[in-house]
Design a binder for this molecule. Structure first.
Ligand code: HEM
Length: 445
């Protein structure tokens, strides 16, 4: 398949899905100007991607092309090979951040509550009318907090993934256009400067004995500094680049996930009461009834071939080509999920046993990852931020359901828009929000 750069730019997800259906389970190829994508879906291909040497198939090289750090992160040059100097960042996120979640939940909840309440108050509508609020806005505040960058609130329009896409798409002569469109990537420069100052201060203090112990900061930024490889002696610039990469790579996906979750719930009022009941157990794992919408990008698992790579069935990926798993299409496929395109709020719900607790057995959890539930990746590379992401998403949903009366803002046409292979909620997707008279209490454990 060869999509047209201009006329097909807003239908990439649909084109991939059509090609997926036509391929009937076999690999297929999508060629865009300057890039060939080999799309694979079988368990065998997934397993071989998982076991491929890091110098052959690289996730970092994909992220580098996608985010264009050279232009959007103050000239930062990311390494092509993932983990060549260690994977401390995975430890910092998967273990340290996840272990701290129980202590963070209270603060996150207050921040989210504060952000929603400010949004409601800022509304130009009179107090008796509802105001419109977007999921991403609320969630981004929580992320700023966890990453210890409280003075920076990026708005989606200044966001880096859009900037990266533009820089990636345009030829060098058109860089000026991209600079204008991203306000000369002002937001990322502000972010860089802030982090540079903060990382420099912390590293300087770390040589000071008095700073160790109780006065040492204990947050996401510090954990990433602490897990940076000691032998490689990373510069300030390198640490800042890595932190920015992780922050930008994660923040959009999380915000988009929250927006779709809220939209799903308020589009199906019949599932509101059970969700509220479940919220009071602070669990909310059963509610993920829409495999057709959960994945944000149509190709969540992507690798760039740094060297030619051949699968055992002979499928070859030349140097520079990408190999991708079109997991959005796979999750919309009724062979894998019965009636996949139908929203079934209780699809993954395990009913409580009589007289038992709400979740007597190990049911399905939102953080689960497997070869058939590809939202968090597969095999060796699983999203290390998934526990944090799930916690923040649940807190936002809880805040809206328990504190406010909401209805969907009028939305002409579909709720998503496409940009190349990315599918995101339209800016007009929103909720009309009014404060509840009586607020049931949310206890966060
Ligand atoms: C709903 C939100 C999120 C979704 C759906 C998501 C999904 C994913 C997926 C599918 C991958 C694997 C990509 C691949 O194999 O090509 C991944 C990797 C990753 N994610 Fe997430 N993610 C989310 C939120 C986050 C958050 C909040 C963080 C950080 C706190 C994060 C940090 C990472 C990192 C660092 C990797 C690379 C892991 C590695 O190289 O081993 N993600 N994510």
């Amino acid at each position: 398949l060869k999509p047209d750069l201009i006329s097909d730019v807003d239908k990439g997800g649909d084109l991939i899905n059509d090609a997926y259906l036509r391929a009937g389970g076999l690999p297929f190829e999508i060629s865009t100007p300057g890039k060939v994508h080999k799309m694979v879906t079988s368990r065998q291909h997934l397993s071989e991607i998982n076991h491929a040497p890091v110098h052959q198939l690289s996730l970092h090289a994909v992220a580098k092309e996608f985010l264009q750090p050279k232009y959007t992160m103050h000239g930062f040059e990311w390494k092509d090979i993932r983990g060549v100097e260690g994977t401390g960042f995975v430890r910092a996120l998967r273990h340290t951040l996840t272990n701290h979640l129980p202590n963070l939940m209270g603060c996150l909840r207050l921040l989210i509550a504060d952000e929603v309440s400010k949004g409601v108050k800022k509304s130009p509508a009179t107090t008796s009318e509802p105001c419109q609020i977007r999921g991403e806005k609320v969630q981004s505040k929580a992320d700023n907090f966890s990453w210890a960058t409280p003075s920076i609130a990026l708005s989606p329009s200044e966001s880096l993934s859009g900037a990266g896409e533009l820089f990636g798409l345009l030829r060098p002569g058109a860089l000026l256009v991209a600079r204008c469109a991203t306000k000369n990537h002002r937001a990322s420069l502000t972010f860089y400067k802030h982090l540079e100052g903060e990382v420099t201060r912390r590293i300087k203090n770390s040589n000071d004995d008095a700073y160790q112990g109780s006065s040492k900061q204990n947050d996401g930024l510090q954990w990433l500094i602490d897990t940076a490889p000691k032998r490689a002696a990373w510069s300030i610039d390198r640490i800042v680049g890595e932190v920015m990469g992780i922050w930008y790579g994660s923040v959009h996906t999380l915000g988009i996930g929250v927006t779709y979750a809220l939209h799903d719930i308020y589009s199906h009022p019949e599932c509101m009461d059970p969700v509220i009941r479940e919220l009071k157990t602070t669990n909310l794992d059963a509610f993920s009834g829409a495999p057709h919408e959960l994945p944000v990008l149509d190709t969540g698992i992507r690798r760039k071939a740094l060297e030619p790579f051949t699968f055992s069935d002979g499928l070859s990926v030349a140097r520079g080509e990408w190999v991708c798993v079109p997991h959005r299409s796979m999750m919309r496929d009724s062979r894998f999920f019965p009636d996949a395109l139908e929203f079934q709020p209780f699809r993954f719900y395990q009913p409580p046993k009589e007289g038992g607790q709400v979740f007597p057995d190990r049911g399905s959890f939102l953080t689960d990852a497997s070869d058939s539930w590809l939202v968090w990746g597969a095999g060796r590379i699983l999203c290390p931020g998934r526990f944090y992401a799930t916690a923040v998403q649940k807190l936002v949903v809880a805040q809206m359901l328990l504190g406010y009366d909401c209805e969907l803002a009028p939305l002409p046409g579909p709720r998503s828009m496409q940009w190349r292979s990315t599918i995101i909620p339209k800016p007009s997707v929103g909720l009309l929000v009014k404060e509840k008279r009586a607020r049931p209490d949310l206890h966060v454990e």
